[in-house]
Design a protein around this ligand. Structure first.
Ligand SMILES: Cc1ncc(COP(=O)(O)O)c(C=O)c1O
Length: 400
């Protein structure tokens, strides 16, 4: 096959959806607010972003970014291990360790690189990595750069994990179990208490990626491990800044003092530039807001309940777990794309999940909630869901 052939076939597949909005090619022309944008010249409600606490335009967060540009310039122009560590990076690491009540924190340029860095630095040919079968691409990719044995276990099944661990030959090989707190497509929460118990009984280290749950779960917003009372038994917590913290970057917090060695060992940390000053400063400000305003989480959860109830009243089938991610289970690919195009044309953006992002006939529209959605945003979005769903015959009820 010619080197460029698979690129050509993607182009041909995209042509199939014309003349409607093209999946995967939405351009946001302007930002009107944390949950309102302009797409194709039209004001559009944003129900697809991970801006769960609505902090992207928070005045403290914006001011911190602006001040940091004026003080430090636009970029660090170097790796953390070379000239790219500013006092700001270390301050953010101290803030995050303090927030989590963990002894150590190290930050990365993206959440993706946090998984690549940690798993890549920890694991080698003498180790076994056990991952949930629904893991995020960054976890799969992280395991691929190691020479470790990789074992998958059934999604959210501590029993499957237990069997896989028990089947491993006894010996000196280390075991690292990697799970997510909240899964990013179907919005389901990991049974962390049971997973941690299985890991402890079988001598395995535990890594929990709280990308989508940081800021949204737990009394202090630390994620699902905090919410389920097992944070102290988790060896490594990964978080990202690109969702509730309204920036870009990732973090690992841990009580293991060896974590600091990643500064010299982790390829996806050493061989890339550090986070820009404005970004790091804005994330520090966002952490302060999340810590002092727990009411943001209350608002988010009230919005989640309203959206879920409204979708169900209009006849949509949605995932069973109450979470900031509301998966609308649409099944067939053509029907899902038609619904996605219809919603966008009416001024409502949600995310579209079709193969290869999911199995055939298990397509999903992934709606997500923000604390910054107002009652009016929710009413307007539900009206659009009601009207378009009924017009396309996706929902039986023409309630708007
Ligand atoms: C579970 C998980 N880990 C890591 C990442 C990567 O984070 P980032 O986008 O901040 O690089 C994501 C992104 O969605 C994610 O869902």
């Amino acid at each position: 096959m010619d080197l460029l052939e698979k690129l050509r076939s993607i182009k041909a597949r995209r042509a199939k959806f014309e003349p409607g909005p093209a999946p995967g090619a939405t351009v946001i022309e302007r930002v009107l607010g944390p949950c309102e944008v302009v797409v194709n010249g039209r004001p559009t409600l944003m129900f697809g972003s991970n801006n769960y606490l609505g902090l992207t335009l928070h005045p403290d967060v914006v001011a911190a970014a602006r001040d940091a540009v004026a003080e430090y310039g636009t970029g660090t122009t170097g790796s953390r291990t070379a000239n790219g560590t500013l006092g700001l990076h270390e301050q953010l690491e101290r803030d995050l360790a303090d927030w989590f009540g963990k002894r150590h924190a190290i930050i990365f340029s993206t959440g993706y690189q946090a998984n690549l860095s940690l798993i890549g630095a920890l694991c080698g040919p003498d180790d076994v990595i056990l991952i949930d079968s629904d893991s995020h691409a960054s976890i799969y990719d992280a395991t691929r750069q190691t020479a470790s044995q990789v074992v998958g276990f059934r999604h959210n099944s501590p029993e499957s994990l237990r069997k896989k661990l028990e089947r491993l030959p006894r010996g000196p090989r280390n075991r690292l179990v990697v799970v997510e707190g909240l899964y990013s497509i179907r919005g389901d929460v990991a049974p962390l208490k049971a997973i941690v118990d299985v890991c402890r009984a079988n001598g395995a280290y535990v890594l929990v990626d709280e990308a989508h749950s940081l800021g949204t779960y737990g009394p202090n917003g630390l994620g699902c491990a905090e919410a389920q009372g097992v944070l102290e038994h988790v060896d490594f917590v990964i978080g990202t800044f690109s969702k509730s913290l309204a920036g870009i970057g990732g973090v690992c917090v841990s009580d293991h003092p060896e974590l600091g060695a990643l500064h010299f060992l982790a390829r996806a940390y050493v061989f890339t530039a550090s986070g820009s000053p404005s970004n790091i400063a804005s994330v520090r400000a966002a952490v302060r807001v999340v810590r002092r305003e727990p009411g943001l989480r209350d608002q988010l959860w009230a919005n989640i309940r309203r959206l879920r109830q409204g979708l169900q009243e209009r006849g949509y089938e949605i995932g069973s777990t109450e979470s900031p991610i509301v998966p609308i289970l649409t099944g067939d690919e053509e029907r899902t794309i038609a619904l996605w195009q219809g919603l966008l044309t009416e001024g409502l953006y949600v995310n579209l999940i079709v193969p290869p992002g999911c199995p055939q006939d298990e397509c999903v529209l992934r709606a997500s909630c923000s604390a910054a959605h107002t009652p009016e945003h929710l009413t307007r979005a539900l009206n659009i869901f009601g009207r378009v769903g009924a017009e396309l015959g996706v929902t039986p009820v023409a309630l708007s």
